[in-house]
Ligand binder design. Sequence first.
Ligand code: ADP
Length: 279
Amino acid sequence: MATGDVLPGPVVEAADLTRVYRSATGETYALRGVDLALLPGSLTVVAGPSGSGKSSLLTLLSARERPSAGELRVLGGDVAGASAALLRRLRHRRIGYVPQRASTGLFPHLTAAAHVRQVASWRRDRHADVDAVLDVVGLGARGGHRPATMSGGEQQRLAVAMALVARPALVVADEPTAELDHGHADRVLDALAAAADEGSAVVVSSHDPRVTERAGRLLRLRDGVLSSETAQSRETVAVIDNAGRLQLPPALLARFPSRRVVVEADGEHVRLRAPEDPA
Ligand code: ADP
């Protein structure tokens, strides 16, 4: 795989994606069989309560870790099978990543502008307009500052500028508005949406309604399982796994307190109704 290939199909394809953390005290299944495709030019938001697996999913999608089981192709590369060097090159050149704690990706000795310039050079873009990218996230006047003199919110916006410079094919942002006020959150969301409009596949995790209401596509994680999907049309789509199990969104699940359902096929529709005798 060459890292510069143009891909006609999905930027990310995941099937039965599983992530297990093992420790002395036992195993935690953070992801339990997630199927997902991300297309060029799309903005996808992954929502779900704390601990539902959002960070674990985004860490895999950005090729930072390998799945415990399942298939994962990112920009044409098989993440489970690729060498560490290939994954590093892929990340540097083609994947923008905003970590949940922005400070983890920053270098104390570099100014904000030097951070963005460094990432542009990893992406082989000598002509990137660093000042313009800093302006987009509202850091136009802070280009000469180092991380130690920037607030948490400024560091987070710098991480977004680094993720977006030189238009990577894939942008993965883990709760990128967590430290931002309304005005700056809107700016960051506008910038992420613009990247999707220009052809990047953008995936953002959040439980912030300011973010979820802007989603082109909204995926919900619950206990490591993708439970429902809402497109911008507000049509709620439930997920059927490979074994044929249907996972209803929580609002519909509440209609079936006995957890029994009658399935009726009628022409082109399949109806689910609560049984008259739930026993
Ligand atoms: P979210 O981003 O939605 O808060 P995470 O992906 O961080 O969810 O966590 C999902 C589950 O995996 C949680 O139960 C969490 O405690 C566990 N987990 C996450 N990272 C680790 C780790 N490095 N070691 C052990 N367990 C972890």
